[in-house]
Every structure is written in structure tokens, then in C-alpha cells.
Design a protein around this ligand. Structure first.
Ligand code: ADP
Length: 794
């Protein structure tokens, strides 16, 4: 039964029967039917209740006073459009009396009016009231449905308006724009009304009504994608990606066009293409520029092997040294540029005296300048001016500028280097009267790998377009800026570097030129462990020339076997040694009483020094190849001067008990010993514990014992295929879930295709060779959870 009393106001049955027996009978019968009416004494009250909400109104004709029907009609007319409150009027005369006729006349057009005639039969009363309530409920349901529909339409509209794409509904017959979202309006800068007057060909260069036409045919339904160009109201255009979808059969003859602004993507594509072009050009140039000094060196060596005079010998030697210097400078510049780009260069500022600094910088280029019969003038304040800067990097800046000035200035030309304090800056100028810089080049020459248009007559020196890029980066690292001025072709050029003048504090205001390293030499016993015979021999010769006794070993085990008898003062060792790498060798040497206090110097082809806390703490010095012989000699003479090592440094000679750091274990399966060695060293530099297997079979034996967290397996091994190795390892519980990576020689696109099917092969991922450090870091990052597990278990 319905319990309307407990329902909300909108379901109330309002009863207004103030006179006669109607009220009593109505209340009784409604109560019997389980309905609880709400009684209103006057029609005025009933009208108020209608405004608050009601399910139906039951009114006795006696309730209507003067103007009451009009009042009720007015109240009902204010209902919302969906609402038609059922009104039941109890009357005696049917439609025949004048009062009833007036009620019917006024109320009927508005509402659902029911006339109940006296004598009122209970059944008729109850069924009429229930019918009225049912009707009213339907109205509420419809209203609810409409409201939800409206809400969902609003939500949909919000989605459409907030997408990043312009959405257009088009008439496929005429191409007219039928509807648009907010983004479309923003993209094209038209108003909505203006757009609805236009056709697709007005806003999209590649589309016409005709091109849409066939597309709405049911048999052609689908999605068309194309690139095009949208036209804004002001006539300007921008690239778009267009997706056309037929809306048939739901909306026949309509096409949905989604236009995505791809300006940014196009810009990046262009940039990448330009980058790729510059890279290709650079590589070609690098090959070319490296070949010149190499050709000079190889010719010199060939001539040297014949019986030539001492004067010729000296000349050839000088030429070779110069070519090697040039190649070294190029490589250093390249590596420095790369380090700066990766934020790996930190300045070590010290106090410099401007005049002193400029004189020394100039001295370094004087021989070249003299050879070219050029004139070098240096100007600086006569009084000392102290400022803070990184001596080495600032020297690099000035050397590059002076080098260029000489290189791009003809024989007999003039180069001027000056330094002064202006406002709160140190201003360095390098001016020449050489070939000059064209205005177009001036914009670009500070970009990496960019050469000027007028590169010619550079005395055969390499021109790779990296010097000025490096100079700019170094200047900016100092908080300064660089600019170039030139009168144009043949008018010379002037490069200006401005650095903020940072004055040294107090006692630091002294030029801190490193003290002369010339020190008494004593014949020392030196062990070299180096597997490259050319490097080993040349180093041996250089150290022997300085009076030392030198012994060379090509690997760790051989060196360990003989080293006791040699009592070395110093050991110079390579890192990437076959079998046992430089780290392990250093650790073992440190355990030998005869070697414990020797100076151990690592000379590595790898760029980054290992972190002290990992494996590099047995080295006294760590150098990147090539290391200058003079540097080694200075270290050796310092070693001699210091005699036995100080207590402080002795502490560190004892192999430290390493903290129990859990390093991820990696099994490297690679059949090429050199590649295996190099990759293993790289992995170790990243702090990983590495074991190498040179065959698939060896990997299958080693893996369950070593329990690696990562397996890096070459695709093609001598005895098996890398995929077979991984498949076998997957069936062993110890290596079932080890992260397995296949290293391939395939290109990036092919590797992507493999990776799509990695699951099929039972492999975690495929990576193309060579394995770089950033990729090793990514792989290690992916291992972290497993590492944590390992620590947790241990
Ligand atoms: P590189 O000299 O190896 O080409 P740089 O980055 O040092 O590379 O210089 C970029 C370009 O700037 C050079 O190719 C040259 O065209 C121009 N340039 C640099 N310095 C001078 C100079 N002093 N006079 C004329 N042109 C110069």
C-alpha cells in the first residue's frame, strides 16, 4: 500500500473540502485505502501547498469562493513545463451547473482535470485518486529522465569543449559546417555563428564538399586520416592532422572531422631532421678532418724509418707532435662539449691576475703566430687586477679565440688580445684583421658543429665547428656572455667575452700559479700493465728516457706473478685488461706487502672516474687516455719527494673493509672477448657485479650458481642462439624470473618490432648494441625492486 504521508511534499494528496460531508467521507475512504491526505482549510492554503509541491489536489466545489478559480488557475499556470498537477473536483451538478462550468472552463486548458460527481462512490474516489497519483509519478519520471539526459549532454559537451582537437560536424553533401566545439572556435579565431555559415573548404585547404561526398556512402564508412592545413579568419594557416569519420547510418549525410593542430610536432620534426643533417655532416667532416693529421703522422713515421739526418728527424718529430696535439685538442673539445651538455663540468675558481693570465695565454700561441709571421699584441692594465675564474677553463676560452684568430688570418696578419675592467665586468677582447665573419655566420657560429661560410685558408687546421660552441658554454658557466663583431668579408673580426668581475677575498688575492713541478728525478721502478702493445711500448720508452726502470706486462696475472721481485715505486695500469680488470688487479696489488705503498695510477679509456666508494679506491690517480708523459713524470717525482707515503695516505692503502653494499649481479653472455671485456668494464663502472660467459653453454652453467638479477645475452653466440640460452634459463627455478635482455646488432626499428613480440620469445627486452651507459642505468633502475628483495632476503 502507498504510504504517501511518509513521502516528500511532491507526492502529497492535497484535500480542500471545508463544508458539508465531503471532507469526512473523503478522509475516511482515503484512510481506508491506506492513503494519508493533507487537509487544506481554504483554497488559498491549497494554492500555497501546490507551490511547495504536490502529487494531486482533491477539491470540493464548495471550497471555491469568489476569484478562487482564477487564483487556482494562476497558481497552476506557474508550474514548470513538464508538470501538469492532476486536479479532482467534487461537484453535484456534473458539468451542468454554472459554477462547475466556470471551473472547467478556467482549469481544463491548463491541467489534468477530473470531475467527480456526488453522491461520491468510494471506489470511484479511490481509483480516481490512484490514477491521478500514477499520472503524477510518470511526470516525475519523465522529468528525472530529461534532467539526466540534460546532465549527460552537458558532460559530453564539456568533454568535447575541453579536448585539444577542433571537432566539426559537416554536411557531406554541401560541406557546410553544422556544429563545432569550443577548441575549433579557438583554433580558427572565428565566432561560432560565423563558422556555422562556412563550408569545410573555407577552413581546410585540402578538403572540399566533393571530397566529403563519397565518404558518407555506407559502403565507404570508416576513418580517413590525412595531413592538411587549416586557415584562420585572418588568412594565416597552420598544419593539422585531419581524421574524418562517417556518422552514417545514425546520422546519414554527416561527417565528423577532428582537426589536430600539429604545429609543434612539425617544428620538432624539422628540428630533428636538421639535427640529423648536422650530425651526418659533422661525422663526414670529422672523418675528413681526422684523416689529415693522421696522414701527416703516418707519412712522418714512414720517412723516419729510413735513414734520415738528425735535422730531418727533429723536423718530422715536431710535425708529428703538432698533428697529435691537434687531434688531442679536437677530441678534448668534443668530450668537453659533451660533458658540459650533460652538466658534468664544474668550475674550480681561483684568484687570477688579469695581466699575468693574458701574458701566459698569449705565450702558448706565440710559436704558431711566429711561424705564420703574424703579429700578436697583448694589452692589459699595468696594475694587478685580481678576479676569480677557473684558470684551466678560462685558458681554454682564450686559447680557442687566439687559435681561431691566427687560423683565420693570413700570413703576416695581426692579432690583438686585450683585457680590461669595465663597469663590473672583466672584458676580454680578441681581435684580428683576417677573413672576418659574415653577418649570417655571426648568428650561427656559436652553435655546435657549425662552421662559418668563409672557412678557407686555415693553414690545414681542422675545422669542425665545435671550438666556439665550447667557448660559449664555458663563458656561460662563468656567468658571462660572448659576442662577435666584424666588418664582413676580409675585414677581420673581434670576439668579446664579458665575465662578471668577482674579486677574491682577502689573502686569496694572489695569483696562484701552480708551483713549478720540476723536481729532482730519481730512477724509480715502474710497472706498466697494458694490453695494447703500442701504448705500452711508447709509455715505456718515454719513462725510460726520463731515467726510470720500466717493466711491462700485458695482463694482470702476469704482473701479479712477477711484481714482488720488482719492488715497484709505481704501477701504471689500464682498466680494460683481458681476464682481470684494472680494479681487481689494483685490489690484489694492494694486498702484496712489496707493492702496498707503491703509487697506483689508472689510465683508462673510459671516460668517467669510478666512485671512490665502489671500486676505484685502490688508485692514487685516475686518468683518461691519453695521459701526457709529463704528467706522469711529475707524479713520479712528487712521489719520490714525498718519500714514503704520509700516514694519512697510508691509511687508505690498506684494503678497506667494504660496507656490505648489495650490487646487482649481471651475467654478460658475449662470445667476442674484446666486446665482452669492454662491456663488462662499463657495467662495473656503473657499480654492477659482473660475470662473463663467452659461450651459451658456459652461461647455462654459470647462471644458476651466480644467480644474476640481470642477464645480458648476445643474440648470436658461437655455440647457440641467445634466445635458446634464455629459454633454457627460464626452465631453471634459479633463473626463472631473472630480467633477460637480448643484445642485437639490429637497427632501432627492427628492435622495436622484436620488443613487441618479446613475451613470445620469453625475453624481457631486446636492445641494440652497443650498450651505452645511459641504457645500463635504465636497466639498473628497472632492477631496483629485485635488488631490494635481495637485500631483504640476505
Ligand atoms: P672551427 O674553427 O673548427 O670551424 P669554431 O667553432 O671555432 O670551429 O668556429 C666556427 C666558425 O666560426 C669557423 O668555422 C669560422 O668560420 C668562424 N670563425 C671563428 N673564429 C673566427 C675568426 N677569428 N675569424 C673569422 N672566422 C672565424
Amino acid at each position: 500500500m502507498l504510504d504517501l504521508a511518509s513521502q516528500d511534499l511532491s507526492e502529497r494528496i492535497l484535500v480542500c473540502a471545508p463544508f458539508g460531508r465531503d471532507a469526512e467521507m473523503i478522509e475516511r475512504e482515503l484512510a481506508r485505502a491506506g492513503l494519508s491526505p493533507y487537509r487544506c482549510s481554504l483554497l488559498k492554503e491549497l494554492c500555497r501547498c501546490i507551490e511547495d509541491g504536490a502529487g494531486a489536489a482533491l477539491i470540493s466545489d464548495h471550497a471555491f469562493g469568489r476569484n478562487d478559480v482564477a487564483m487556482l488557475a494562476e497558481t497552476l499556470s506557474k508550474q514548470p513545463p513538464w508538470s501538469a498537477l492532476p486536479i479532482l473536483v467534487v461537484t453535484s451538478g456534473g458539468g451542468s451547473t454554472a459554477e462547475t462550468r466556470s471551473v472547467i472552463r478556467e482549469l481544463e486548458p491548463l491541467d489534468k482535470l477530473t470531475i467527480l460527481e456526488r453522491p461520491l462512490r468510494p471506489d470511484t474516489l479511490i481509483s480516481s485518486v490512484l490514477g491521478a497519483i500514477g499520472t503524477r509519478r510518470q511526470q516525475y519520471q519523465i522529468q528525472d529522465y530529461v534532467r539526466r539526459l540534460q546532465e549527460s549532454e552537458n558532460t559530453l559537451q564539456t568533454y568535447l569543449d575541453n579536448t585539444g582537437d577542433g571537432i566539426f560536424v559537416l554536411d557531406s553533401g554541401t560541406g557546410r559546417i553544422l556544429d563545432v566545439n569550443k577548441r575549433a572556435i579557438e583554433l580558427l579565431s572565428y565566432s561560432r555563428d560565423e563558422l556555422l555559415q562556412l563550408s569545410v573548404s573555407d577552413i581546410e585547404r585540402g578538403l572540399t564538399a566533393a571530397s566529403l561526398h563519397g565518404f558518407s556512402e555506407p559502403q565507404l564508412q570508416g576513418v580517413v586520416e590525412m595531413e592538411g592545413a587549416n586557415r584562420r579568419k585572418d588568412g594565416s594557416t597552420f598544419p593539422v592532422e585531419v581524421h574524418l569519420t562517417s556518422l552514417a547510418p545514425a546520422l546519414p549525410a554527416q561527417v565528423l572531422a577532428v582537426m589536430r593542430d600539429i604545429t609543434e610536432r612539425k617544428r620538432v620534426e624539422l628540428e630533428r631532421a636538421e639535427e640529423a643533417r648536422r650530425k651526418d655532416e659533422f661525422l663526414a667532416l670529422l672523418g675528413h678532418e681526422m684523416r689529415n693529421p693522421l696522414a701527416a703522422i703516418s707519412t712522418s713515421l714512414e720517412v723516419l724509418s729510413d735513414n734520415c739526418t738528425p735535422a730531418q728527424r727533429l723536423q718530422l718529430r715536431q710535425a708529428t707532435v703538432r698533428q697529435v696535439g691537434m687531434m688531442r685538442r679536437l677530441l678534448d673539445d668534443l668530450l668537453d662539449l659533451n660533458r658540459i651538455t650533460h652538466g658534468q663540468i664544474e668550475l674550480k675558481k681561483e684568484s687570477l691576475d688579469l695581466g699575468d693570465f693574458l701574458e701566459k695565454a698569449a705565450a702558448a700561441v706565440r710559436p704558431t703566430i711566429a711561424e705564420r709571421r703574424q703579429k700578436l699584441v697583448v694589452r692589459h692594465p699595468t696594475k694587478p687586477v685580481f678576479f676569480m675564474a677557473d684558470r684551466i677553463r678560462l685558458s681554454q676560452i682564450v686559447a680557442n679565440l687566439l687559435g681561431n684568430a691566427s687560423k683565420y688570418t693570413g700570413q703576416g696578419g695581426r692579432v690583438e688580445l686585450s683585457g680590461a675592467v669595465k663597469d663590473s665586468d672583466i672584458v676580454l677582447r680578441c681581435r684580428d684583421n683576417g677573413q672576418g665573419v659574415s653577418p649570417e655566420s655571426a648568428e650561427r657560429i656559436f652553435e655546435p658543429f657549425t662552421r662559418g661560410h668563409m672557412v678557407r685558408d686555415s693553414y690545414g687546421e681542422a675545422s669542425l665547428g665545435i671550438g666556439l660552441a665550447l667557448v660559449r658554454q664555458l663563458v656561460e658557466l662563468h656567468g658571462g656572455r660572448i659576442s662577435v663583431k666584424s666588418g664582413g668579408a676580409g675585414m677581420g673580426s673581434e670576439f668579446t667575452v664579458r665575465l662578471p668581475l668577482i674579486a677574491p677575498q682577502g689573502s686569496q688575492a694572489v695569483t696562484s700559479e701552480p708551483k713549478s713541478k720540476a723536481a729532482t728525478q730519481r730512477a724509480q721502478s715502474i710497472v706498466i700493465v697494458e694490453d695494447n702493445p703500442v701504448v705500452a711500448t711508447s709509455m715505456k720508452m718515454a719513462l725510460e728516457q726520463a731515467g726510470h726502470r720500466v717493466h711491462v706486462f700485458s695482463d694482470g696475472p702476469r704482473a701479479l706473478a712477477s711484481v714482488d721481485g720488482l719492488k715497484p715505486d709505481a704501477v701504471v695500469l689500464d682498466i680494460g685488461l683481458p681476464g682481470m680488470d684494472g680494479y681487481e688487479l689494483a685490489a690484489r696489488l694492494r694486498r702484496k706487502s712489496k707493492v702496498r705503498s707503491a703509487l697506483i695510477i689508472a689510465v683508462s679509456g673510459f671516460e668517467q672516474k669510478p666512485r671512490a666508494e665502489s671500486r676505484g679506491d685502490n688508485f692514487d690517480h685516475y686518468f683518461i687516455k691519453p695521459v701526457e708523459v709529463s704528467t706522469l713524470l711529475t707524479l713520479l717525482s712528487n712521489n719520490f719527494r714525498n718519500g714514503a707515503k704520509s700516514e694519512a695516505s697510508k691509511k687508505h692503502l690498506k684494503p678497506k673493509k667494504s660496507k656490505r653494499a648489495v650490487r646487482p649481479r649481471v651475467l654478460l653472455v658475449e662470445d667476442h672477448p674484446f666486446a665482452a671485456d669492454a662491456t663488462a668494464s662499463l657495467l662495473r663502472l656503473e657499480g654492477l657485479e659482473v660475470r662473463t660467459a663467452l659461450t651459451g653453454r658456459e652461461a647455462l652453467e654459470e647462471a644458476p650458481k651466480f644467480r644474476p638479477q640481470l642477464i645480458l645475452c648476445d643474440m648470436r653466440l658461437g655455440d647457440m642462439n641467445g634466445l635458446e640460452v634464455i629459454r633454457s634459463l627460464r626452465s631453471n627455478p634459479a633463473t626463472k624470473s631473472t630480467h633477460a635482455v637480448i643484445l642485437t646488432g639490429f637497427s632501432g626499428t627492427e628492435v622495436r618490432e622484436f620488443n613487441r613480440r618479446a613475451d613470445e620469445f620469453g625475453v624481457n627486452e631486446f636492445i641494440s648494441k652497443p650498450l651505452g651507459r645511459s641504457m645500463i642505468r635504465k636497466l639498473t633502475a628497472r632492477l631496483r625492486p629485485q635488488q631490494r628483495d635481495a637485500v631483504h632476503r640476505s
